[in-house]
Design a protein around this ligand. Structure first.
Ligand code: DOR
Ligand code: ZN
Length: 335
C-alpha cells in the first residue's frame, strides 16, 4: 500500500534556535511547510525578530523547499503595530499563551480584558489568533476549563480566525462542531495515547507534554474527528524538542518530539482505520482551504515499508529522543 500526499503541512511546530534548530529543522523537511511557534527565549514578539528567525530557519533547512508560516508571540498591540506585523513577509498570525502555562510563556497574557482592542483589530484585518487553551486549574481539567474562554472569544469576535491549538478532549471536539468560526489542530500523540501511556506504568518522560494526554474517550473523539475528515481540524504536530537531559531528569520539560516520525505514523494510523482517503485533507487540504494557504509544491509518497526509528537524533552537540525511539513503524517516507 502507498499514498502520495501533496504539500503536507505541520500547522504547529517548535523548531527552537541555535544548534537545536540546526538539528531539528531538516527533520521537518518532508513537510512542505509549517506554522512556526514563537516561544523562544526571549519570545519572537516583533516583526524584526520574526524575520531574523525566519532567516535562521531557512539557513538551518539547508536549501529544502519549505514554507515558513511565522507567528508572533501575542501581546496587546496598537493598530499600527498590527499593520506592521501583517505586512512582514512570512507572517501568519499570533500565538497566544496564557502567562506561565507552558515552556517559555512567562510573558504571556494575564487578563483577556487587556487583549480586547487588539483582538477586535485582528478580527477586522483577518489575522489568525492561535491559542494555547489551558487554564491554571487541575491538570486534567485545564483544557475543559478554558473552553468557556474560546466560547466567549468566538461569540464576541465572530469573524476572528480563532484556532484552538493541540486539542486533547472530546469537549473541544464538540465546541468545534458548535462554532463554525473556530478551527483546531491536533497532534499525533493525542490521537494515539492517553494518560495511561504517560503515567499508568513506569513514567514515560518522552510522552509528557502540555496539554497532557487525557482519557480514552477523549482520544477516541479526536481520532474519529480526524479520521472522519472534519473540515476544520488540521494536523499540527506540536513537535517540541528538548535535549535528552532535560527530559530524562527530575523536572522533565514538556514536549514530545514527533517531527521525524509524524508522516509515517499518521499514514499507518489512517491506513489501520481504512481512512487513508482522509489523510490529504488532514495534513494539508483542510488548512489550505480554511486559511487560503498556498505552500510550496511538494509531493511525498508514504509506503507500508517499515521505518526503524533511531534511539535518538544527534548533531551539533545536541541529542533529542523522538516518539517511538528504537521502535519500528509500519510505514515510511519513500525518499
Ligand atoms: O508540551 C509542550 N511543549 N507544550 C507546549 O505548549 C509547549 C511545548 C514546548 O515549547 O516545549
Ligand atoms: Zn506548541
Amino acid at each position: 500500500m502507498q499514498i502520495t500526499l501533496s504539500s503536507p503541512l505541520d500547522m504547529h511546530l517548535h523548531l527552537r534556535d541555535g544548534d537545536m534548530l540546526r538539528l531539528t529543522a531538516p527533520l521537518s523537511a518532508d513537510f512542505a511547510g509549517a506554522v512556526i511557534m514563537p516561544n523562544l527565549v526571549p519570545p519572537v514578539s516583533t516583526p524584526e525578530m520574526m524575520q531574523a528567525y525566519a532567516e535562521r530557519i531557512e539557513s538551518a533547512m539547508g536549501g529544502a523547499d519549505f514554507t515558513r508560516y511565522m507567528t508572533l508571540f501575542f501581546t496587546p498591540l496598537s493598530e499600527a503595530q498590527l499593520d506592521a506585523a501583517a505586512a512582514a513577509p512570512g507572517f501568519f498570525g499570533f500565538k497566544l499563551y496564557p502567562a506561565g502555562i507552558t515552556t517559555n510563556s512567562e510573558g504571556g497574557l494575564r487578563d483577556f480584558a487587556d487583549a480586547e482592542p487588539t483582538l477586535r483589530a485582528m478580527e477586522e484585518r483577518g489575522i489568525p489568533l492561535l491559542v494555547h487553551g489551558e487554564s491554571h486549574g487541575f491538570v486534567m481539567d485545564r483544557e475543559a476549563e478554558f473552553l468557556a474562554t474560546y466560547r466567549a472569544l468566538a461569540t464576541r469576535f465572530p469573524k476572528l480566525k480563532l484556532c484552538m491549538e493541540h486539542i486533547t478532549t472530546a469537549a473541544a471536539v464538540q465546541l468545534l462542531d458548535e462554532f463554525p468560526n473556530i478551527c483546531a489542530t491536533v497532534t499525533l500523540q493525542h490521537l494515539l495515547i492517553t494518560l495511561n501511556d504517560v503515567a499508568g506504568g513506569a513514567l514515560k518522560p518522552h510522552l509528557f507534554c502540555k496539554p497532557i494526554a487525557k482519557r480514552p474517550e477523549d482520544k477516541e473523539a479526536l481520532l474519529s474527528a480526524a479520521l472522519g475528515g472534519h473540515p476544520r481540524l488540521f494536523f499540527g504536530s506540536d513537535s517540541a524538542p528538548h535535549p535528552q537531559h532535560k527530559k530524562e531528569c527530575c523536572g522533565c520539560a514538556a514536549g514530545v518530539f514527533t517531527a521525524p516520525v509524524a508522516l509515517p505514523a499518521l499514514a499507518q494510523l489512517f491506513a489501520e482505520h481504512g481512512a487513508l482517503d482522509k489523510l490529504q485533507g488532514f495534513v494539508s487540504g483542510n488548512a489550505c482551504r480554511h486559511y487560503g494557504l498556498a505552500p510550496v509544491e511538494k509531493i511525498v509518497t508514504l509506503r507500508d515499508t517499515p521505518m526503524q526509528v533511531p534511539a535518538a537524533y544527534r548533531s551539533f552537540g545536541q541529542t533529542v529522543v523522538p516518539m517511538f525511539a528504537g521502535e519500528e513503524l509500519g510505514w515510511s517516507v519513500a525518499h
